[in-house]
Ligand binder design. Structure first.
Ligand SMILES: CC(C)(COP(=O)(O)OP(=O)(O)OC[C@H]1O[C@@H](n2cnc3c(N)ncnc32)[C@H](O)[C@@H]1OP(=O)(O)O)[C@@H](O)C(=O)NCCC(=O)NCCS
Length: 146
């Protein structure tokens, strides 16, 4: 059993927005269509962090992964990412953009890919087309063939 559970939260959730803003993650498009956000809840009901997924045609952008600073370094980030990926259809390719946590996501099965290999619908997301710096690393989840 996991040490966290996920609860859906709307993109308008102020605690979500504050947590992302405080960690330097994009907040401008949280309330746009096609996004789903989750609050990571500990066994005692406290908030550990947040995560989001964004539909891009048949593919998915994993985004807004944040563990509150006081809870970092206890493997909650790994649990949060794994639990969030369970909400993604197994046939969807999963992408993400990060400026500082590429090694963290590599340990979860993501690999760096070239922008030229990113599907147009993923490149067109506000995260990749405008909000994240052009220097952000783009990664794709390596999944076993279905
Ligand atoms: C990235 C983040 C979610 C990791 O959460 P966490 O709970 O501290 O991570 P974990 O404890 O599960 O760490 C798992 C492993 O990743 C490593 N790691 C954690 N954050 C890392 C980072 N930013 N860069 C490189 N490695 C990292 C840990 O050292 C640990 O390694 P180990 O298994 O060898 O001990 C957290 O640091 C965070 O919220 N950062 C700010 C927001 C952010 O950058 N999000 C990612 C972009 S969407």
């Amino acid at each position: 059993m996991s040490d966290i559970r996920l609860e859906p939260v709307p993109g308008s959730d102020q605690e979500l927005k504050l947590a992302l803003w405080a960690s330097g993650l994009p907040t401008e498009d949280l309330e746009d269509a096609g996004r789903s956000f989750f609050r990571a809840v500990s066994s005692d009901g406290g908030t550990l962090g947040y995560a989001g997924i964004e539909a891009c045609g048949d593919d998915v952008l994993l985004r807004s992964i944040v563990i509150l600073p006081e809870h970092r370094g206890k493997a909650f980030g790994k649990s949060l990412t794994r639990e969030t990926l369970k909400a993604v259809n197994v046939s969807s390719a999963v992408f993400l953009a990060t400026t500082s946590a590429a090694p963290f996501f590599e340990s979860l099965g993501f690999a760096v890919i070239d922008r030229s290999d990113v599907p147009p619908a993923v490149l067109a997301t506000r995260q990749l087309s405008g909000i994240c710096p052009a220097s952000a690393t783009i990664m794709k989840l390596n999944r076993p063939p279905t």
